[in-house]
Design a protein around this ligand. Structure first.
Ligand code: MSP
Length: 672
């Protein structure tokens, strides 16, 4: 690949028979991530999406709404364009098949094929599915139902125009065999090949009589017919290039497409219909048609009748654009089916974003702010050479691996690599304990090393995350005191580990990804943030907790208030998740004698806990201690600071002692 090569990526054009759902968002976000990645790499990206406005489905939806089809399309189109704006989709052009120039291209192509006698008229009798707008042969139909959508179908006999698709069977087979990347993933390629090797490819009916369907593009050689919606729709990938790349080199500079992203259900129309149409039009075939899987919702097929259609707008409202984008591509390997649930989304946001990248940024910047007057320090001598080398080696290796991941369209793999670097940095910080170094005057240069390396890694993480989470990446860089113009290709050396960084003044801001604390509206119970368990013995001793907070979540001592506490069952007790936690940092809360703010490690994750133990302990005395926390307590704010758990301590109104362990126990170990 030459980084100046054009890169043409498309999504399917969506039917305007209804509002957009998660399936539409999925493909469009995936295309956007690719487009953003290759733009940053300097390629001339043309990213096309749009709407499929003709055909029976749209005509029927318009009739149902009591408006004419064009008015219906005009009414629904903004639902898509508004959503793309909210999802931060950076498409280069938006095509609507009712655009006049598109219609002209479709007619021109139809005429060309007709003139070359690749389109002919014939009578056809077959089983017709109105919903899918296609004929099926006798052997496809079982029990009078469409083999695809399982709706009743009818026998129809009519004159129609046919495209001589069948004659390209062998050539198409050869093309697929010679071009391993043409249909992806491989399992789908094998499916299409299997079909072409075992069944005879027929000709394709490409017209509908206007008596049956009026909402379509008229055949240039017979006004009694409109063209089949797929012939019209597929042509969009080329017609758009004639009139939409405004201000850019138009024409076929971008053709053949690098990637057509489609859902698995429309692979045949792309791999077989479109490919043979292109052969007939003497155009090169797209380089890759990638079929992704489908989302189910809470294990069920998504459908209007089940009432479980996921509205991407609601996801953006609840979780934010970046988090939703991240989840869509992190949850399932691209190409496979996946299941959507609120709890899965919340788990990803909390575990990977709030506790992952957000926490790394916040702890690094907090330390730079406190110990280095907000200026990123120069790197000093090695502190933990093995871990430092591991971070550096991964960081240097990552750009290449990420490029390979993008070439393979394996978004999840790319995100896992990014998370790995994040994880290495967390471990490095946990083990080097910069908060301890900060207290030792002779260890200042070591402290600088830790903070410099963390900041360096964060800069790279932001660059790598940009295609997935454009706003969060820009905000990370802003907080690091950097500004990168993402609308231009990155400089060739931008991804270098040793790019200059020291001396930048950071601008610590709000948490990048606040933990999702409560069950969002309409969501199912959430696995990693269950409702607050009943306290075993709840006497919150952290008295100065924010008065508006009905039940302070983080308290120091858990002692019975009454002499005869209510009994609980073992099941009730088992709901409470106790864990060993290592105190990484501790500080007093301003204006409070009692409250301490602790940063504790649970091994894989870090938590912040506000505890009412300040009268008994000096913060420094707690650092390094392994204590017991309630790990599944619903987070709450104490004096405006979030507490993500509760510390166990002995005592009644006064704290007598923290619960700790006789032996060394790994942070994160369950306590029973
Ligand atoms: N108009 C045609 C495409 C023409 S392309 C030249 C069409 N439109 S559609 O609106 O019905 O579907 C668009 C896309 O949504 C398809 O790629 C389809 O796979 C995808 N999805 C529909 N439901 C989906 C899920 N539940 N999950 C993931 N994608 C799904 O087909």
């Amino acid at each position: 690949m030459n980084t100046h090569d054009p890169f043409y990526i498309t999504t399917p054009i969506y039917y305007v028979n209804d509002v957009p759902h998660i399936g539409h968002a999925y493909t469009t976000v995936a295309a956007d991530v690719l487009a953003r990645y290759w733009r940053l790499r300097g390629r001339d990206v043309f990213f096309l999406t749009g709407l499929d406005e003709h055909g029976q489905k749209v005509q029927q939806a318009a009739a149902k709404a009591g408006v004419d089809p064009q008015a219906h399309c005009d009414r629904l189109a903004p639902q898509f364009t508004d959503l793309w704006q909210r999802l931060n989709i950076s498409h280069s052009a938006f095509i609507r098949t009712t655009n006049k120039p598109h219609q002209a291209v479709v007619q021109r192509y139809l005429q060309q094929l007709y003139d070359k006698q690749l389109i002919y008229k014939a009578e056809y009798t077959g089983w017709y599915c109105t919903y899918d707008e296609r004929f099926w042969t006798e052997k496809d139909v079982v029990g009078g139902l469409c083999p695809d959508c399982k709706r009743p179908i009818e026998q129809l006999s009519e004159h129609n125009y046919f495209f001589k698709m069948g004659q390209y069977q062998e050539r198409l087979q050869r093309h697929i065999l010679d071009h391993p990347d043409f249909i992806r993933p491989e399992s789908r390629r094998n499916e299409v090949l299997g079909f072409l090797q075992t069944q005879k490819l027929g000709d394709l009916s490409i017209s509908r009589p206007t008596s049956r369907l009026s909402w379509g593009i008229e055949l240039p050689f017979d006004q009694n017919y409109v063209t089949y919606v797929w012939f019209d729709a597929l042509v969009n990938y080329i017609s758009a290039l004639e009139y939409l790349p405004q201000g850019r080199p138009a024409g076929l500079r971008y053709w053949p497409a690098d990637v057509h992203l489609v859902g698995k259900d429309i692979l045949t129309t792309h791999a077989v219909y479109w490919s043979t149409m292109l052969m007939a039009l003497e155009q090169p075939l797209p380089k890759t048609i990638f079929a992704h899987g489908w989302w189910t919702v809470d294990g069920e097929k998504m459908s209007k009748s089940r009432g479980n259609v996921v509205d991407p707008n609601k996801m953006v409202d609840q979780f934010g654009t970046d988090a939703f984008r991240y989840f869509l591509l992190r949850e399932v390997p691209f190409g496979q089916d996946g299941d959507f649930s609120h709890s899965a989304l919340i788990t990803t946001v909390n575990a990977k974003l709030a506790n992952g990248i957000g926490n790394l940024l916040s702890r690094t910047l907090t330390m730079i702010e406190r110990s280095c007057a907000g200026v990123i320090p120069e790197r000093g001598p090695a502190v933990l050479p093995e871990l430092e080398q591991r971070i550096e080696a991964l960081a240097q290796h990552l750009p290449g691996s990420i490029e390979a991941g993008f070439n393979a369209l394996q978004f999840r793999d790319v995100l896992l690599m990014i998370e790995e670097l994040n994880g290495y940095c967390d471990e490095y910080i946990d083990k080097s304990a910069p908060w301890k170094l900060a207290k030792q005057p002779e260890a200042q240069t070591q402290l600088h090393t830790v903070l410099n390396i963390s900041a360096r890694a964060l800069r790279l993480l932001a660059l790598m995350l940009y295609p997935f989470m454009p706003s969060a990446a820009a905000e990370m860089l802003r907080q690091l005191g950097l500004s990168i113009d993402f609308s231009r290709p990155l400089a060739a050396d931008a991804g270098r580990w040793d790019a200059p960084l020291a001396g930048r003044t950071i601008q610590k801001g709000a948490a990048l990804f606040p933990r999702i604390e409560s069950k969002p509206q309409g969501a199912k119970p959430v696995s990693d943030t269950p409702a607050s368990p009943q306290p075993v013995a709840a006497a919150p001793t952290a008295a100065p907790a924010a008065p508006q907070s009905p039940a302070p979540a983080a308290v120091a001592a858990a002692a019975p208030v009454t002499s005869q506490p209510a009994q609980i069952t073992i099941d009730e007790f088992m709901k409470i998740q106790l864990k060993a936690a290592k105190v990484l940092a501790a500080e007093r809360m301003p204006k409070s004698e009692k409250l301490l703010k602790l940063q504790v490690s649970l091994g894989a994750e870090q938590r912040q806990i506000v505890a009412g133990i300040g009268k008994k302990y000096e913060p420094d005395a707690l650092i390094g201690k392994t204590i017991v926390i309630v790990a599944n307590l619903k987070p709450a704010k104490l004096m405006g600071i979030e507490s993500q758990g509760m510390v166990l301590a002995a005592g009644d109104s006064e704290v007598r002692g923290l619960a700790t362990f006789v032996e060394d126990v790994e942070p994160g170990t369950k306590v029973k």
